[in-house]
Design a protein around this ligand. Structure first.
Ligand SMILES: C[S@@+](CC[C@H](N)C(=O)[O-])C[C@H]1O[C@@H](n2cnc3c(N)ncnc32)[C@H](O)[C@@H]1O
Length: 211
């Protein structure tokens, strides 16, 4: 089955996320600013980079390489157009994170010291996320998951039906379960931050470090 994210237009995704009643684009932008500056890493891999929200916070003096990974090649083309200032630093990689089936299975994902995965684990699940981490072997991991308020994972909006196709790949992720899963591959939780949203939903930002 083709990944349904390949059929969601970036314009619909970003317009929905930026709505005043949703405010996820703005909240994720602030979170990304912190994530990019909180760790002593010289390179970073952003999984599920979409249109590159938050990449304007990259300091090319701090980072020598920034990998932007996504399954949708159209999103990556847009990221390259938007962030020409990061030429030579930003490397976009089109990869499906669910295609990594074993530790040694190579999707082309290289090593990075820091992995950022905001609202991605919901679409690949715990096991694939662990396989990606085992392959990329970062020292630090920072991720965001959405905590549902019971009214569905996509907030009500004029764009709602653009996301119907995602039902087949979406699953709920719990902060405690995620910490337990990552502990089995040697990552310890170091911080948790809650970000309430206007519609009663909440984003949970969690940091881990490899032992
Ligand atoms: C909910 S969006 C999050 C985007 C961005 N991180 C943010 O916080 O706004 C999920 C992103 O992950 C990408 N994605 C979903 N499944 C994926 C997979 N299996 N492999 C790689 N990228 C995937 C989608 O194309 C989309 O850009």
């Amino acid at each position: 089955m083709e990944n349904p994210w390949k059929t969601v237009s970036l314009d619909d995704y970003e317009s929905h996320m930026a709505l005043g009643s949703v405010r996820q684009l703005q909240t994720l932008n602030e979170i990304m600013k912190r994530q990019l500056n909180a760790f002593p890493a010289r390179n970073v891999m952003i999984l599920g980079v979409a249109g590159g929200n938050g990449l304007e916070h990259i300091d090319p003096k701090k980072y020598n390489t920034v990998y932007g990974v996504d399954v949708n090649p159209d999103y990556l083309r847009e990221v390259e157009k938007r962030y020409t200032a990061l030429d030579g630093v930003l490397k976009c990689l089109c990869a499906d994170c669910t295609n990594i089936r074993a530790i040694a299975d190579v999707t082309g994902l290289p090593h990075a010291e820091l992995v950022i995965a905001d609202l991605l684990i919901e679409y690949i699940g715990y096991d694939c996320f662990k396989r990606v981490l085992r392959q990329v072997a970062p020292r630090y991991v920072s991720c965001v998951i959405q905590v549902d308020s019971g009214e569905g994972f996509v907030s009500d909006s004029p764009y709602l039906h653009s996301f119907d196709c995602l039902d087949s790949v979406h699953r709920s992720i719990g902060a405690e379960k995620l910490a337990n899963e990552l502990e089995t591959i040697g990552y310890k939780q170091s911080a948790v931050r809650e970000h309430p949203l206007p519609n009663g939903k909440k984003l949970t930002e969690i940091d881990f470090y490899g032992e």
